[in-house]
Ligand binder design. Structure first.
Ligand code: GTP
Ligand code: MG
Length: 485
């Protein structure tokens, strides 16, 4: 090109081969334009949220936002590397990171608030989520990655585009950019030492992020915040909050701790955890409970697995002991007599997958996709909600519906022997294979966990979701402002 005169270059451009290139490039350019539009859509959504937040809460949920379109050469390189065809269809189908948005927040909490706010918008569909904050990469990399589908409206069509959104704190971004620079630097001395040092820095940064967040929360605290004694009644899901070692180190924080943290700007909460491992409603019927300002009840899942009959609305009204809703009524009466002014929130049980206890795999049971003693967990949940809702001094929280725990997301897969060979089998396929605790390996390696880590007990993600829903109820967030409503 350098040796060409301008005239020659024009001639070359006018030639058939150049026309050919331009014609072929046209669909590619059009596709890139669509990705650029998708980036604009997502960027605008975040900017709108930022505006609203700064007016309503005097606070910005993110510090900065960057968008980038993958370069043509990187697109071709990635398609080749992954062995995908070099076509427009293939780009759209196989690559999810052509359009990338990076949102830099001040605090880890804001990342989850912001990502939930994006995902609740009804034109956004979540395709994939990788939470490298809850589960950092072995090198120490932390960020929350979402692949979302966003529609763009063109003059003649509506088109769905994929966008990769990465959420990081300033500190996580600082680490990642240094890590990125080092990746491109070849032949460094002592690569292992550098990797180990970087990992240490990542952990320091993580600890710092949470300390800074605590400082922010202390500053934001209402100086007149109320003391609130919270009596939490429940089974192992509640009990485990204070026995995290029994989760095989799978869970960092249970829903009680998370809820308290979310409410701490308004309430100085003292948690009285009354959770009993494996308990049913009957276990609380004659139990002495401490005095409190707030009572929460989350029971029913073991009643289902043990075949306690659910009972009817009449059983609830007549406090018919021995039925789930009858027992619940008795417990509620006890609380109400003891502390007539206390708030009482009744939650209903969430869906469960095939449960295998991590510390004792002989304790296992099929998920709530199947009946147990003729009852569906879903029906029991609905009945608990309706009964609690019918009682005027009780707040009923439909955790079953709001939490969105489903057979498809309680676990990513079950690792199970298929024809003598271990395979990661997803729901519903895993239902047909049986698990033998005597001979088989534990079926849920950490990657299998999703809303739960063992099919029944909430993971960090599951606990976070429950806590968000419960905190919104405790803080009496108006319905239209709730993330989960
Ligand atoms: P590819 O998209 O094919 O790379 O694989 P993937 O989709 O499985 O990757 P993942 O979602 O884990 O990461 C995608 C992007 O996250 C990368 O392009 C980087 O921007 C960023 N990322 C992931 N891991 C690291 C890391 O260890 N260090 C840094 N600096 N960035 C990372
Ligand atoms: Mg990717």
């Amino acid at each position: 090109m350098q040796d060409m005169t301008i005239d020659e270059a024009w001639q070359e451009l006018a030639s058939e081969s150049a026309l050919d290139v331009v014609t072929k490039a046209q669909p590619f350019m059009e596709l890139m334009t669509k990705y650029r539009c998708a980036l604009m859509e997502i960027e605008t959504k975040f900017k709108v949220l930022n505006e609203e937040f700064s007016i309503e809460y005097n606070r910005n949920p993110f510090e900065s936002i960057k968008t980038r379109l993958k370069k043509p050469i990187s697109i071709i390189e990635k398609l080749k590397r992954k062995g995908y065809p070099l076509t427009m269809d293939s780009i759209e189908k196989n690559l999810a990171d052509i359009a990338g948005v990076r949102v830099i927040c001040s605090f880890p909490e804001d990342i989850y608030i912001l990502s939930e706010m994006l995902l609740r918008q009804d034109d956004i569909v979540l395709i994939e989520k990788k939470d490298y904050i809850a589960n950092p990469k072995p090198n120490g990399y932390r960020s929350l990655h979402l692949i979302v589908d966003v529609p763009i409206f063109l003059s003649t069509e509506k088109k769905h585009m994929k966008v990769e959104v990465q959420f990081r704190t300033i500190a996580m971004d600082f680490w990642a950019s240094l890590d990125h620079k080092l990746k491109y630097k070849q032949d460094v001395e002592n690569p292992e030492l550098i990797a180990a040092e970087l990992k240490k820095c990542a952990d320091i940064i993580d600890a710092m992020d949470y300390r800074m967040q605590e400082i922010r929360n202390m500053i934001d605290r209402n100086p007149n915040r109320e003391k609130l004694r919270w009596c939490a009644i429940g089974d192992s899901i509640t009990f485990l909050n204070d026995h995290l070692e029994q989760t095989g180190e799978r869970v960092k924080n249970g829903y009680l701790t998370r809820t308290r943290n979310k409410c701490e700007h308004e309430y100085d909460m003292e948690i009285m955890n009354q959770g009993i491992d494996g308990s049913v409603t009957g276990d609380f019927v004659h139990r002495e409970l401490p005095e409190a300002d707030l009572y929460t009840v989350l029971l029913g899942t073991n009643d289902w697995s043990q075949g306690v009959p659910c009972g009817t609305a009449e059983d609830f009204i007549n406090r018919h002991e021995g039925t789930i809703v009858g027992n619940l009524g008795i417990i509620l009466d006890h609380i109400h007599e003891k502390c007539p002014d206390a708030r009482i929130i009744v939650m209903n049980p969430v869906e469960r997958g095939d449960f295998v206890e991590i510390i004792d795999p002989s304790n296992n049971m099929h998920g709530s996709y199947a009946l147990c003693h003729g009852q569906k967990l879903k029906d029991i949940s609905a009945k608990i909600f309706r009964c609690a809702d019918s009682c005027e001094w009780v707040e009923a929280l439909d955790l079953h519906r709001l939490s969105g725990f489903k057979q498809g997301n309680v676990l990513h897969f079950k690792r199970i022997k298929v024809d003598g060979e271990y395979r990661n089998v997803e729901f519903p396929d895993y239902v047909q294979y049986s698990y033998d605790p005597e001979t088989d390996e534990y079926p849920y390696p950490s990657a299998a966990g999703w809303m739960t880590y063992d099919g029944l007990h909430p993971s960090d993600e599951g606990n976070e979701r429950i806590a968000t829903i419960l905190a919104e109820q405790i803080l009496q967030v108006p319905m239209e402002k709730r993330i989960y409503e």
